[in-house]
Design a protein around this ligand. Sequence first.
Ligand SMILES: Cc1cc2nc3c(=O)[nH]c(=O)nc-3n(C[C@H](O)[C@H](O)[C@H](O)COP(=O)(O)OP(=O)(O)OC[C@H]3O[C@@H](n4cnc5c(N)ncnc54)[C@H](O)[C@@H]3O)c2cc1C
Length: 267
Amino acid sequence: MTAPTIRRMRHELKFRDLTVASTERLTPHMIRITLSGTDLADFASGSFDDHLKVFVPTGDEPAKRDYTPRRFDTEAQELIIDFADHGEGPAASWARDVKSGDTVQVAGPRGSRLIEGEIAHWVLIGDETALPAMGRKLEELPAGVKVTMIAAVPGAEDEQVIESTADVTTHWVHRPLDQATEAQPFLDALPQITLTPNTFVWIATEAGIAKQLREAVLEMGHPLQWLKAAGYWINGEAEASIKDLDAPAGGHGGGMGKGNGKGMGRG
Ligand SMILES: Cc1cc2nc3c(=O)[nH]c(=O)nc-3n(C[C@H](O)[C@H](O)[C@H](O)COP(=O)(O)OP(=O)(O)OC[C@H]3O[C@@H](n4cnc5c(N)ncnc54)[C@H](O)[C@@H]3O)c2cc1C
């Protein structure tokens, strides 16, 4: 079995001034914001796990935070971003309070990393911050491809119905938000996945959890080339992530703006 490859696609780094067209509470802990503007006419995002920077207005210097382009339509000039309502943080607070007609700037995606190869089975493991990427993947995959998703959300009312023509099995893990940094609920769900040949495992959770899940999946005998793990946020740190746990230290973990300081390709 030939290992998958990562094809890099570069996009011109563009700053876009957008207007909030609508906001909707998708589930109790997820706020969907639709942005619009002529600047979206040439928006490009090649991979489900791309990210852009949202320049969150704070009254002072904007706070830069990473978000997934959940869905976009260049013709309609619309971009959807789903914000997890995790509590205190400039981005989460902005998403709760923002109104139609408000403006916001976004930048990127600067590039996309397309995971390509003979992938017969996708295993997607993530928390609420990864649900936008996982939802986009389910919508984009061709009919019949096998997908197993393990998604952690606070409760049953936070589960999302995602349209897909793929052959999807979803295991929802329920744990309160104040346990969002605990790996155990995910580890308990792992035996539900079968690592058949040509399975690609994609993980995005809090960084400490992602490290433990990566280890656990490798211990199940899964080859490293068939795995990508990211820390989408770091417990107790603002504006922090590890975009690729296997990127070389200080390397190009896909970060944008903030440097990959501390440790493993932190961006
Ligand atoms: C590639 C990538 C794509 C991402 N896509 C999305 C997306 O589409 N939707 C989305 O909601 N998030 C996404 N995230 C995660 C998001 O960038 C972080 O959750 C970010 O920290 C939120 O900013 P904030 O201003 O609300 O909180 P911050 O100011 O960054 O953090 C404040 C405090 O809240 C904690 N915190 C941050 N996020 C969480 C959380 N989810 N649960 C509990 N505590 C938290 C921090 O540890 C810190 O203590 C993505 C991250 C990456 C790296």
